[in-house]
Design a binder for this molecule. Sequence first.
Ligand code: C2E
Ligand code: MG
Ligand code: MG
Ligand code: MG
Length: 292
Amino acid sequence: QAKLDGINQIVFSSDKLKSSTMNQVQISEALYQANLDSEFHVVYQPQIELKTNQIVGVEALIRWNHPQMGMISPGVFIDIAEKNGFIVPLGKWILEKACWEVQMLSDSIGRPLKLAVNVSFIQIRQDGFVEEVLQILKKIGFQPDRLEIELTERSLFENRPEDLAKIDALRTKGIRIAIDDFGTGYSSFGILAKVQVDKIKVPRDFIENVDSNQNSQRIVTTIASMADRFQLTCLAEGIERLEESNFLHQLICQEVQGYYYAKPAVINQVEKWLSNPREKIISTISSEAADP
Ligand code: C2E
Ligand code: MG
Ligand code: MG
Ligand code: MG
């Protein structure tokens, strides 16, 4: 019996492996054939200042609705796009689209909104990346100090001088840099020693159940006070419950993001949230159902 179970398991896992490899190849090809404007769109998750409970910015998150395969999550296809190089044209498209939509929204509400965009290390390593970003901002009339580029530790851990120089160059132009998923990589402190950034984002891994898990409390408290020492803005991501939010109020943590406050949504939905009084922000927020 045990042996049969074993065999079943092997068969099952190799099937799974095969199908996931096939999926990767399929997805890789589908990316190359994708029509950016019809298959992709950007959703925006509000970033809220804890002190005032107001939306101060949004994070752009890419969505892909493939005509046959349906919705494919960025958690799945970004890795593949990094491997096959498609992230380069896709990343440029996202940056342009997001700056454009957020600029239109800012103009329409008469208040400049900040925009955070996730950028892959593959994009940064392209020749002329900094110039390309500046060109897009100029074309759209988007002030550089309203743009924040989110990088992961993974993208910086090699500490390549050329990458770090590009970060400095972006910052010189006023663009802000956030370290995404801080503490989940191999070199959180190494990065802070090598390059000046503006913000760190505490990932959901540490926020989940932070109200009841003592080790999470220790980690989050430590990261928040470290951010304060480095004079960086601290943003906690992935807040789903009031209790998690309450815990953060006790710390020096300036901004929050999470389903509890708002799920990522299309730009028109963000506009509706912004035109509501601030106490309504939490209660009106539902889901990505507003997606086309
Ligand atoms: P990330 O940049 O750390 O983004 C946060 C992810 O957590 C997003 O998932 C967001 O929808 C989700 N999230 C936000 N609040 C909550 C919450 O309260 N609970 C839970 N469980 N999840 C929450 P998403 O959109 O699926 O993106 C996953 C990852 O894919 C992102 O992680 C980012 O690394 C990457 N990604 C997404 N969009 C882009 C993009 O435009 N460019 C690049 N290079 N990467 C992207
Ligand atoms: Mg991010
Ligand atoms: Mg993150
Ligand atoms: Mg991430």
